[in-house]
Design a protein around this ligand. Structure first.
Ligand SMILES: Nc1ncnc2c1ncn2[C@@H]1O[C@H](COP(=O)(O)OP(=O)(O)OP(=O)(O)O)[C@@H](O)[C@H]1O
Ligand SMILES: [Mg+2]
Length: 227
């Protein structure tokens, strides 16, 4: 069995007025340490795919296995623990906590994992140094540019040394130079720490860069029902 396995996944969103089928019998396997980029236009199910791996969303039928364990069989508490420990999620809309300063935003997953105060401070300093925002640590997200907020979101995502990085349009708010830098940070973690990366995007720059490193490209239109 591979590291991440989608087995016969079907999922349809149902609202009061609409039925939106997204996946029908999706099968997809991702190996440990792979860098997989799923690309394609808006509204096709890219974020949905990441939400299935993070356990935020459960399929109508089928199973998702991560490292041999069946996500659908986990309780709500177990899913939260799984997400905190194993998943680094870089959200499309950042999802920073706007009442917290930069340092505290990055510290949240460390606090949740029970790390000691002194170790948290050290780890946060290391992460802020990595993203080049040490001098902004006492500021609040609203005072940062979109690209800076994206980097804080990245630092928070990788704070706990996750096994899997889920990156949703990680360069969506960055200019091309900063976009390349962020992809390099993700790629370095993928190569140096064997972290598995599932990245979704419509951004051709990501395709160029991740494509050069022997990563796997998947066209969302070949796995979704949205046409
Ligand atoms: N909670 C929901 N309820 C109903 N429909 C939803 C829900 N979430 C997503 N959808 C619909 O499902 C489709 C796929 O959404 P998704 O967010 O996965 O697309 P995406 O490929 O990530 O798009 P984008 O590139 O714009 O972020 C869209 O048509 C969206 O409107
Ligand atoms: Mg999306």
């Amino acid at each position: 069995m591979s590291f991440i396995n989608f087995e016969n996944i079907s999922l349809t969103y149902r609202t009061k007025t609409q039925t939106i089928p997204i996946f029908d019998d999706l099968n997809l396997s991702i190996d440990k340490g792979e860098f997989v980029t799923v690309y394609g236009p808006s509204g096709k199910g890219k974020s949905t795919l990441l939400n299935l791996v993070s356990g935020f969303l459960r399929p109508d039928s089928g199973k998702i296995f991560v490292d041999g364990s069946d996500l659908c069989a986990l309780s709500e508490n177990e899913v939260c623990a799984y997400r905190n420990k194993r998943i680094g999620y870089i959200f499309q809309q950042f999802n920073l906590i706007y009442q917290f300063n930069v340092r505290d935003n990055v510290a949240v997953p460390l606090l949740l994992s029970g790390m000691k105060k002194y170790d948290i401070e050290r780890r946060v300093d290391e992460l802020l140094d990595m993203i080049g925002l040490s001098n902004r640590k006492n500021e609040y997200p609203r005072t940062l540019s979109g690209g800076e907020q994206q980097r804080v979101a990245f630092a928070r995502a990788v704070a706990n040394d996750p096994d899997i990085i889920l990156a949703d349009e990680p360069t969506g708010n960055l200019d091309s130079a900063n976009g390349r830098k962020l992809i390099k940070l993700i790629k370095d973690l993928n190569t140096d720490k064997n972290i598995t990366v599932l990245c979704v995007t419509h951004d051709a720059r990501i395709l160029e860069q991740s494509g050069s490193g022997g990563s796997r490209m998947i066209d969302i239109e070949t796995i979704t029902m949205q046409s």
